[in-house]
Design a protein. Sequence first.
Length: 384
Amino acid sequence: MNKLLTGQASIGWAQKTAETIVNESDNKGYHSELAKRWAYVPGMMLMALGRTGEQYGIPEYSDFMKRHMDLFVREDGTIYSYSLEEYNLDQINQGKNLFTLMKITGESRYEKAAHLLAAQLLGHPRTSGGGLWHKKVYPFQMWLDGLYMAMPFLAQYAKTFERPQLFDEVAHQLLLVEQKTRDPKTGLLYHGWDESKEQIWADPVTGCSQNFWSRAMGWYAMAIVDSLEHFPVDHPKRGTIIGIFERMCHSLCRVQERDSGLWFQVLDQGFREGNYLEASGSSMFVYAMAKGLRLRYLSGNFHSNAVRGYQGILDRLVEEDESGVHLHSICHGAGLSLDRDGTYGYYIREQVVSDAHMGMAPFLLASLEMERYHAAMTGEEASA
């Protein structure tokens, strides 16, 4: 049966998924992934749950997000288990929830925590061109992942605290990594770039890694739409960022699998042995395209790609039973280092799992955004 209800986009799937996550986490208590540490995946999931609460008008979801954030944000604005001197972009992502908490509570500790994370970014180690290292332990490396972790936070920080010069910083980072990682033949972006060209995974001429990993490009696509949402309409780089986003989406559509509407773990390798249609990257692309369409960053030509992608996730990768919503074909994790060499064989060897928050959070975000896009198209919501 077609799970995408005709004329109703994703009605119901976001709420059902959120309920599944909340029930699972409440059952596990302090053993839940959301309660263990300040990290980027819990941060993304909590953000998705907070948005669900706001979109559906269900305060329990927003309260759930606040309760888990309060496990880490202390009264003085310091953050349990966070270290600024680690200089790790992944550690910024959970801070996106601070802006919502500032708005709904007015408590100063959330503002102080946001200033702390912004201080990391302002003093973060950089490449010679000013690009933020992904982590201190990964010198002179920019990864697509890091743009999602940090740039939407910095853009919202710039807007919230009226620091317009920080929009220039966000624009510089988004444009620089695209310039360094984009393959001119396919238009796709390599996972990482090493300015020093010293890493085992880096091309000795370009410094780029070897393959186009689905989730890496998903992180970057989400980084663009989530950052642009906060940009002043007259910022001199806003149009350029929108332009490279549309160009990139055309490239993504060229590698979208025809029958399923999904995207492969290694984007341009099709049904090569070991490759598979992957859930997190597919969800991220659907989210970014649907949001780009709703906010008019993209032309209407991408409507069918977003809808087919979401339909493919529901038909091919989603199941529902008495315990809730389940999502399959999630790459558990991947990176670039001495033992993660960026080869095709490496990406397809990484563990494939079901129901991991790494996939469930993007699926929840995609469901929420498809619902908002549908509402905007039908006049039920004023489009921004």
